[in-house]
Design a protein around this ligand. Sequence first.
Ligand code: FE
Ligand code: FE
Length: 163
Amino acid sequence: MEAENLKELLVEELKDLYSAENQLVKALPKMAKAATSPELKKGFETHLEETRGHVARIEEMCKILEESPKGTKCKAMEGLVAEGKEIIDEHDDPETLDAGLICAAQKVEHYEIASYGTVRTWAELLDLKDVVELIDETLQEEKATNDKLTEVAEAINVSAMAE
Ligand code: FE
Ligand code: FE
């Protein structure tokens, strides 16, 4: 593959991620509001702040690449957010709702981790060091969020079982 084509793919994927992150900025407050565990609520609020930073980092990357981050809709994130909304609409029991919300949130984090992991590799191949650094900062936050969700889930799943 020519470097030019790889760069084109990188830009496309960054646009997709930009749409995904912006959708999350809208979805996370709803998930925080729906969560009943204070720890989970706090987790979503913290990640909302981080997610705003992810949006800003993609803007920065696109500035380096002299491209616009806009113009794409991430359909995968649209689906993941819709599934999260279904969980909120369909469950009233607090622990069950929280366990379902964690499931939805972890699917989102895994999607982001896969996408950022890939664009990082491409940016490395293209020798775009500043872009790699920015991607890496976000990727670390996505991984930490996923780990935190696993930790919170351990306690919540036990409570959900007791219902
Ligand atoms: Fe993110
Ligand atoms: Fe995230």
